[in-house]
Write a protein that binds this ligand. Structure first.
Ligand code: HEC
Ligand code: HEC
Length: 304
């Protein structure tokens, strides 16, 4: 008995000294007014501008380079990458460089930014030494600068919704889309591009101007989690409009529409590490590709 008690206290001490064990780190974005008036500060501000107005700089008519599809990083990383559960950047400083199963290698932040440019912006990578890459990474790292190394803040990135017990249903999702999404994202899912090419008033959800099949949002769990906590525009994790089923179904509808197909043959070199909802084989199990795309995911999870 006595021995057990000491054990407990020891574990408690070890856990409270190890920041990685602190699961509920609550992050507040630093105040942009505190960005210093130095060269470094100017770089951070330019980085923020690139996240918000990516298309003006790097879109089809970009003033710095025409290397991406016209979307802004902020279309998916809401409020300049600061919104809780809105795919925010709070965990980048504290967790990069990190090993990622998708590439089977340790990725630094430049590589991670270019991942999104090549996939989510269906574009060409930035040179690591370019001013734009330096600025984007300076801003993203600045946002998370106060987070202790190794800690993943609460409300970082996109939430994992509970798996549905059935397959997500694109036809049910079509109805959700007509009611709650179409008025902004359009009947054809192509959104509304600002006349001055500064980006989208409403970004595209499918079609040739949207993210490609290698993007994170093409995985159903990522899309459903993003939608549940953030869409329609203005809804939040605390105040969502859709229930979980509606979020999964509308995600299934969107993911069943056409979009740019870009193969990344080097992804997931160890197929046993593929997420359950990765829509492309080969797989280490015998479930069909359609089930990996739309579910039901529980049977796959149990088989692993
Ligand atoms: C179409 C949506 C979309 C767009 C546009 C987009 N991203 Fe992402 N980004 C994602 C998704 C999805 C993830 C992975 C989130 C997850 O799985 O939790 C991600 C992750 C990241 C991460 C890693 C975050 C972390 O905590 O590991 C960085 C850095 C990043 N994006 C940078 C950018 C930059 C810079 C741009 C613009 C050049 C951009 N992204 C545009 C969807 C997008
Ligand atoms: C009132 C207008 C509005 C409605 C309604 C709306 N959205 Fe959006 N949506 C936006 C805007 C604006 C953005 C980009 C946010 C930004 O840049 O700050 C966005 C971004 C997105 C994105 C990420 C970017 C992309 O293009 O892939 C997805 C996915 C999305 N919405 C899905 C939906 C779904 C699903 C619904 C219905 C449940 C919905 N939206 C309803 C305005 C809306």
């Amino acid at each position: 008995m006595q021995k057990r008690k000491w054990y407990g206290i020891l574990i408690l001490i070890v856990c409270s000294c190890n920041p990685a064990a602190k699961k509920d780190y609550s992050w507040q974005p630093p105040d942009t007014g505190q960005i210093p008036a130095t060269d470094k500060g100017r770089l951070i501000r330019y980085g923020r501008d690139l996240i918000v107005n990516t298309s003006s700089y790097l879109g089809p008519k970009g003033i710095r380079a025409a290397i991406s599809n016209g979307m802004n990083c902020q279309n998916c990383h809401l409020e300049a990458g600061t919104k809780p559960w809105g795919n925010n950047y709070s965990g980048v400083f504290s967790t990069y460089p990190k090993y990622r199963d998708r590439s089977g290698s340790v990725e630094d932040i430049h590589r991670r930014v270019n991942d999104c440019i090549e996939r989510s912006l269906n574009g060409q990578p930035l040179d690591t030494n370019s001013l734009e890459m330096k600025a984007i990474t300076a801003y993203v790292l600045w946002l998370g600068k106060d987070v202790p190394k190794g800690v993943k803040p609460r409300a970082v990135g996109i939430r994992d919704l509970p798996w549905l017990s059935r397959a997500a249903d694109p036809e049910k999702g079509r109805i959700v889309y007509q009611w709650f999404c179409r008025r902004c994202h359009g009947e054809q899912g192509n959104g509304l591009f600002n006349a001055d090419s500064s980006g989208y008033k409403y970004p595209p959800l499918w079609g040739e101007k949207s993210y490609n099949t290698g993007a994170g949002l093409y995985r159903l769990s990522r899309l459903a989690g993003y939608i549940k906590d953030n869409m329609p525009q203005g809804y939040t994790h605390e105040n969502p409009l859709l229930n979980d089923e509606e979020a999964w179904d509308v995600a299934a509808f969107i993911s069943s529409r056409p979009r740019p197909e870009k193969p990344f043959p080097k992804d997931w070199p160890d197929i046993t590490r593929k997420p359950l909802d990765h829509p492309f084989g080969p797989y280490s199990d015998s479930f069909p590709a359609r089930q990996h795309k739309l579910g039901p995911f529980e049977p796959i999870r149990h088989a692993h």
